[in-house]
Unconditional design. Structure first.
Length: 184
C-alpha cells in the first residue's frame, strides 16, 4: 500500500494559500471527489495500477501533520518508503519542484512533525517551489494566497505533479526522481 499525503491547513480561510499547495494538488489529482474523515484527516482510498493507495489531507493544521500521518501509517502498516508527502518549499523558486528521499525537514514544520512522529526521514517528498519573499514575514507569506498569475501557473502544471504521483505509485521513488528531477 502507498500513502500520498498533501500538506495544508484546514478551513476556507486557508484555501489557495501557498502552504496549501499539497491539498490543491491532491484535490486536482482526485478530481475534487468527496473526501471521507478518519485519522484526524480527510482521506480517500483508490486502486491505481493494481496498487492500493491511501490519499490523506491532515486536518491537524500544518505543524501537527505528523499526528494524522502516524495514525494512518499504524492503521494500515505502511512502510515509510511507500510514503510521498506533497508540500510547499520556500527555498525553491516558484515554478520549480524537487523530489527528495530521506532528507531533513529543511525547516518545514509539517515535515518536521512527520519526521518526529514517524521517527524517520526515510520517506519521499514532492517539494513545490513557492519562493521566499524576503520583504514579508515568513508566516504571512506562506499563509498568503497565490496571486492569480501564480494560481494559473500551478493549475496549468497540475498534470506534471499528477504524473509524478502516478510514477511514484507505479515505479517507486528512485525511478521517479531520475525521470522528473531534471525537469524540476
Amino acid at each position: 500500500m502507498k500513502l500520498i499525503v498533501g500538506l495544508g491547513n484546514p478551513g476556507k480561510e486557508y484555501e489557495f494559500t501557498r502552504h496549501n499547495v499539497g491539498f490543491m494538488i491532491l484535490d486536482s489529482y482526485l478530481n475534487n471527489e468527496t473526501w471521507k474523515k478518519k485519522f484526524e484527516a480527510l482521506y480517500q482510498i483508490k486502486m491505481i495500477e493494481e496498487e492500493k493507495v491511501l490519499f490523506l489531507k491532515p486536518q491537524t493544521f500544518m505543524n501537527l501533520s505528523g499526528k494524522a500521518v502516524l495514525q494512518a501509517v499504524k492503521f494500515y502498516d505502511i512502510k515509510s518508503q511507500n510514503i510521498l508527502i506533497v508540500h510547499d518549499d520556500l527555498d525553491l523558486p516558484f515554478e520549480t519542484f524537487k523530489l527528495k528521499f530521506n532528507s531533513s525537514s529543511g525547516g518545514h514544520n509539517g515535515i518536521k512533525s512527520i519526521i518526529n512522529s514517524l521517527g524517520t526521514e526515510s520517506f519521499a517528498r514532492l517539494k513545490i517551489g513557492i519562493a521566499n519573499n524576503q520583504e514579508k514575514d515568513t508566516i504571512d507569506f506562506v499563509l498568503g494566497k497565490f496571486s492569480k498569475k501564480e494560481l494559473n501557473y500551478l493549475k496549468d502544471n497540475f498534470n506534471i505533479y499528477e504524473d509524478i504521483i502516478e510514477s511514484f505509485i507505479t515505479n517507486g521513488i528512485d525511478k521517479t526522481m531520475n525521470d522528473y528531477n531534471k525537469r524540476g
